[in-house]
Design a protein around this ligand. Structure first.
Ligand SMILES: *Cc1c(COP(=O)(O)O)cnc(C)c1O
Length: 462
């Protein structure tokens, strides 16, 4: 299995190389050259299997000879062994034929743990046997950073630096990043918004001297390994609801387009997915684009679902690559236009996108109303991101097809928004109940490449 860049000119890599690299050297994102498919019988056989067994079947075709079967099974077992639920990704029913897929039973209470815990394991084994060390730099709107720090803290071959927008993450998210005591963990509070953090990260990757000097590696959702790990729960949940004999639809609270793109990969692999619904908050650039209005950047409006506050949705590039028939030149051209403000999607590509995805948005008031209404009608306490999904799913679902809405975070990760909607302050699970007593450690940095680079080099002793 080989990996190619969405901009067409970076070297073709193996799974291991693509995973350890993150962003391609031509600025693109790595995607598999071909998408392997599973047969109807292989999917049917997942019925009743453990999450870990399903994970092995789904991911194995993508990893080539990076790990042996025994190694890969062990990595999967290590990754999910620390989750707080034996089903790993349990389904809960909200209404007739509407289900919530709870993806928040990992160590940092958001779905990012599914990918990050596995990436941590894969990095450790791959780097350890090569005797190499890398510097992971990630940008986060809150959940990726905490998941990355949790996955890499204390590992021998890795330093991890996380850039987060100062003052724009929740207290729980911040404390999950600033309270680990391991010396290989560095939380950097950037004076800017998430798009600034993401832009500085891309600048670092495009500065080859720095990139090679510190052996930069990326674990943002641009990392193919992350998308891959997220494909698994589409299979596990769909099979629980009757796939492959029955079609299932999914609604996904979306920001950087990694999670929904994993759903698209599941569909391409043969899972009978009917609708893939992109749900956005008031930062609805993706909803507008998928409705044919082009992709034109504005400014970010901070919302109660901050992990979806975004204008530049990185993984959308992967969707565009397929919509433009895998034409790397066309994608590179669009991304140049994007850096100058935005682009319009060609008619042919728009047709492909609307055949693949539908979309909707939820305002702040609608999100709050959904949290409060679902508590009354089902007893479920939704986090604001999941509520965005539930609201959009309710508008789009058809009676005949089961709809699964992804619950992307635990309500206790966003207690202010949940309390404002319901008057209930959701408690943290017991294993992290002392989070607010732990000491914080962070560095405030300017939204400036030179300041960031010199801080990172200094911390590494270079
Ligand atoms: C990251 C995140 C999202 C958005 O996921 P993408 O893969 O970036 O589209 C939604 N909800 C929560 C809670 C998140 O942490």
């Amino acid at each position: 299995m080989r990996y190619i860049s969405t901009r067409g000119t970076a070297p073709v890599l193996s799974f291991e190389e693509a995973m350890l690299t993150g962003l391609a050297r031509d600025g693109g994102l790595y995607v598999p050259e071909t998408i392997p498919t599973l047969t109807h019988d292989q999917i049917a056989a997942m019925n009743g299997q453990s999450y870990e067994d399903i994970a092995f079947t789904v991911m194995r075709p993508f990893i080539g000879n990076t790990f042996t079967d025994a190694e890969f099974r062990q990595l999967i077992a290590n990754a999910y062994g620390g989750f707080g639920h034996t089903a790993r990704a349990p389904l809960v029913q909200l209404a007739p034929n509407h289900f919530l897929l709870e993806l928040f039973h990992g160590p940092t209470l958001a779905f990012k743990d599914f990918a990050m815990q596995l990436i941590g394991q894969m990095f450790q084994l791959a780097l350890g046997r090569k005797g190499e060390r890398v510097t992971i730099v990630g940008a986060t709107s809150g959940d990726t950073g905490s998941a990355a720090i949790e996955a890499f803290r204390g590992l021998d071959n890795v330093d991890v630096f996380i850039l987060y927008p100062h003052g724009r993450v929740s207290d729980v998210q911040r404390r999950q990043m600033t309270t680990p005591t391991e010396s290989n963990v560095h939380a950097l509070a950037v004076d800017g918004d998430f798009d600034d953090c993401q832009a500085r990260l891309k600048d670092m990757f495009n500065d080859f001297e720095f990139r090679d000097g510190v052996k930069l590696a990326g674990v943002n959702s641009i990392n193919w390994g992350r998308v891959l790990a997220q494909v698994v729960y589409y299979f596990s949940s769909a099979v629980s609801l009757g796939a492959p004999a029955r079609e299932i639809s999914f609604t996904v609270p979306t920001g950087n387009f990694g999670d929904i793109f994993a759903g698209y990969i599941a569909k391409r692999m043969g899972l009978p997915i009917k609708d893939l619904v992109v749900a956005t908050n008031q930062n609805d650039i993706l909803d507008r684009c998928l409705k044919g209005q082009g992709y034109h950047k504005g400014s970010v409006h901070p919302s109660i679902s901050p992990s979806m506050d975004i204008q530049v949705s990185s993984n959308f590039e992967r969707a565009l690559f397929d919509a433009y028939d895998r034409d790397g030149n066309a994608v590179a051209q669009l991304m140049t236009e994007l850096s100058e403000g935005g682009f319009d999607v060609s008619q042919g590509a728009m047709q492909v996108l609307s055949d693949t995805y539908s979309s909707g948005r939820a305002s702040e008031a609608e999100t709050t109303a959904t949290i409060s209404d679902r508590l009354k009608t089902t007893g479920e306490l939704l986090c604001p991101h999941s509520a965005v999904g539930v609201k959009v799913a309710d508008e789009q679902r058809e009676e005949a097809t089961p709809m699964v809405t992804l619950a992307t975070a635990h309500p206790a990760k966003f207690p202010d928004a949940v309390e404002a909607a319901t008057s209930i302050r959701p408690p943290l699970p017991p294993r992290m109940a002392d989070l607010f007593e732990r000491e914080e450690r962070l560095t405030r940095v300017a939204n400036d490449m030179d300041a960031l680079k010199s801080h990172i080099k200094g911390a590494l002793g270079l």
